[in-house]
Design a protein around this ligand. Structure first.
Ligand SMILES: N[C@@H](CCC(=O)N[C@@H](CS)C(=O)NCC(=O)O)C(=O)O
Length: 251
């Protein structure tokens, strides 16, 4: 099994990395794709991995390709040996986790991504390989803000977004936000001074965290330095033993 991951800290690959670390019990090879060099837009990648030119993608041992982060994480959840399920154990838990994951995606991630795709940085990164909407920046920033405010309310009295444990819903939200906070891509998210959204910004506190704040991703942060994800962050050989990538090739 090969995960096509990104050399640069993109939020979609970051979500899958975060999932792998939290889920544990997964073993696969990694091929690092150079987004800045547009390797993902070259015919080799588009013809043999993902016609949409996106990462991440997962090649199964039988050659089948799985793309889309929720599909990849869902597959990993099914096949992991050991660890704890992050999509829930019962039909009810699964429904709730899917519900919150979808909300996180629609209400925060999608508007944020649309906002980012209106920036000069996006224009420079994509170099004509995506249709960008600079005119939609303002409305999508407002939509993302609205979504974050809603999530902040939703988190009142809760540690995790769905149920009593960390789940795919937390990973969806914080994988995206964390990467973009780390790379400085959301100047308006205003992490250290965001008293208006204390619950939703909790996991980014790190050294800045107030003593009462929890750290939902402590183990991953220890391993990855997350949310600072620049340096070769996908080493899933965990100190908890079951999450291994022994013999993995990095190409
Ligand atoms: N819908 C895809 C989105 C994947 C995506 O947009 N990945 C970004 C990296 S964060 C990418 O490949 N960007 C390069 C490009 O589109 O040229 C998923 O859920 O995995």
């Amino acid at each position: 099994m090969i995960l096509y991951d990104a050399k640069q800290p993109g939020p979609n690959p970051a979500v899958v990395r975060l999932f792998v670390h939290e889920r544990q019990g997964l073993r696969f090879d990694v091929e690092t794709i150079d987004l800045a060099g547009l390797e993902n837009r070259k015919p080799t990648y588009r013809n043999t991995v993902n016609a949409r030119g996106e990462v991440p993608a997962l090649r199964l041992d039988n050659g089948r390709i799985i793309t889309e982060i929720t599909a990849i994480c869902g597959y990993f959840d099914e096949i992991a040996q050991g660890g704890r399920r992050l999509f829930g154990n019962t039909p009810e838990e699964r429904a709730e986790i899917h519900m919150w994951t979808r909300r996180a995606y629609l209400e925060v991630v999608l508007p944020f991504v649309t906002w980012w795709r209106g920036t000069d940085a996006a224009e420079e990164a994509y170099r004509g390989h995506r249709i960008l909407m600079p005119e939609a920046k303002r409305s999508h920033r407002l939509l993302a803000d609205q979504g974050l405010n809603q999530f902040d309310e939703d988190l009142e009295g809760k540690t995790f977004i769905a149920g009593d444990n960390l789940s795919m819903a937390d990973i969806m939200l914080y994988g995206f936000i964390g990467t973009n906070v780390a790379t400085g891509e959301i100047p308006w998210f205003n992490v250290p001074q965001a008293p208006q959204r204390r619950r939703v910004v909790r996991p980014y506190g790190g050294a800045r965290c107030q003593p009462e704040d929890d750290d939902r991703f402590a183990s991953t942060r220890r391993k990855l330095g997350w949310p600072s994800m620049e340096n070769d962050p996908i080493d899933v050989t965990g100190d908890r033993g079951s999450c291994q990538r022994d013999g993995a090739r990095r190409r």
